[in-house]
Unconditional design. Sequence first.
Length: 253
Amino acid sequence: MGAGHAHKLYRHGHSPVHALPPHCKLVAAFAFTVVVVATPREAFWAFGGYALLLGAVAFAARIPAPFLLRRLLIEVPFVAFAVLMPFVVPGDTVEFAGVSLSVPGLWGAWNVLAKGTLGVAASVLLASTTELRELLLGLQRLKLPPLLVQIASFMIRYGDVITDEMRRMSVARRSRGFEARGVRHWGVLAKSAGALFIRSYERGERVHLAMVSRGYTGTVPVIDEATASRAQWAYAATLPVLALAVCLLGWTL
């Protein structure tokens, strides 16, 4: 997987959560999300319990609340979608402050907001405690199709390269007096996008030839073969197991 690429979501630390093998954290985050989705939307208290569990994980990982909350802003589009549901979903209505709101829409909005926020929070905690290189190694250990892992690896590795190329093209346009102020400038931007695609494609061809010349055969060897101990699996399973207990209570109470 080569050199590591730090990302903005990652927060360096030496907590027990940081020390867990990445495939353990991936399985725990996925299982927790599945349990949250399977919880009946009427069990309001259960979602509060899930939030407390994630808060405990954040405390154990020493992730400050402001850091976590800022990165939860990524779900704003889902919030906007949920806000519209009480106005567009058909069904029985209820009056609130003189506004007619759909009851099924309110339930749907609550369902999206509660489960979506918890799922995003779990993903943010995973990204905050696991480097990108470790995530890719974890996916390999979980036997994800190698081609998908390689695509993700190359996307991460060369995303910054493409971004730098876009920045240089933008500087070149500005140095020639170009400023995008309206629709009439869209043609120039479209040509820039086409040029960027061609440059990226050609760079990819050169990179592939360089890799083949160094012995690349279509697979990337796993550099780190370390496995997780039973204690580490048990520690990682604490979150989804407790969440499952909450979910079962939500269905029975």
